[in-house]
Design a protein around this ligand. Sequence first.
Ligand code: ZN
Ligand code: ZN
Length: 366
Amino acid sequence: MARNPLLEFTDTGIYCAEGKFYIDPWKPVDDAVITHAHSDHARWGSKRYLAHKLSEQVLLYRLGDIQLQTVEYGEKIMKNGVEITLFPAGHVIGSAQIRVCYKDEVWVVSGDYKVEDDGISTPFEPVRCHHFISECTFGMPVYKWKPQAQIFDDMNSWWCNNIKEGRASVVVGYSLGKAQRILQNLDLSIGKVYTHGVIENTNEALRRNGIQLNPTHRITIDTPKEEVRKGIIIAPPSSVGSPWMRRFQPYDFGYCSGWMSIRGAKKRRAADRGFVLSDHADWDGLISAIDATGCEKVYLTHGYTASFSRYLSEIGFDAHEVYTLYGNDESEEDTAPVAATQADDPVTNDHNSLSFGEGRGEAGTL
Ligand SMILES: [Zn+2]
Ligand SMILES: [Zn+2]
């Protein structure tokens, strides 16, 4: 007798009926298994959460006092007879692919992922499965990332040049992932790293989790402008054009996003310098990752789902576009400027609104 698929796409999220749990649900549920702490994947209101150990402090910081169980990569957990194992997704610190196994049927939910080793997140590991649920944020051939060493060489020389010309350097990237990647790859012999409160709160959560990050200096009202000008500021997208940022004038602002490789929305166009740096897989990365799973079926959850699933079908995959509410953590997600006074508000993060994948032709926010 045919039974339901092990994982189903419901209006609450990706559901395992046999194990009675959801993966990255967008409505409150009893049991939520979380791929990573970005707010479109880790939402408030569920009774119990399961996530990777290195996501613990960021999840508690973002979601408050939740009931959270954490596991290591490769550690097996049983829920109602269904086996759950987390594998590294290489997206941000603590990000995981969720492997679900029941009666020899294996599904993997990728969450968000990238295949390049960023030197700070545990590197992506391909996992063999029958069914692979993948994102495809950058699922167009135009997206092809340069090795990160090259991007950071550019960033370091941009920084040196700004110091020479007496301008502050403000580099913008979202607070979980990009900010730490920037911090760990800058050449700190050039100067000190200053941080916006939203970034520093996330850094502190990660440090509480035992992650060794390079030294940072939280910007307060008393931080001397002249000192900051000799260093570099890491700020979230929400600070672009805000009074908080304007007080560092004259400054040069660099925006870090995969979207910098194409003509972008207003905020990115306003940047003095674009760095094409993404925490998602590019076109080749997506295809190689999907291929490495050896899967029979692939489901595309967010990004260019329509065109990418069409392409995968053409090259021989059994590919399907599915509807989810996962957003895009590199989009123009936070249009309202955040004043410095809001910097300590845990709900104000740079990943907190949703957009449908551009593959649907609806890039608007909800
Ligand atoms: Zn993400
Ligand atoms: Zn996502």
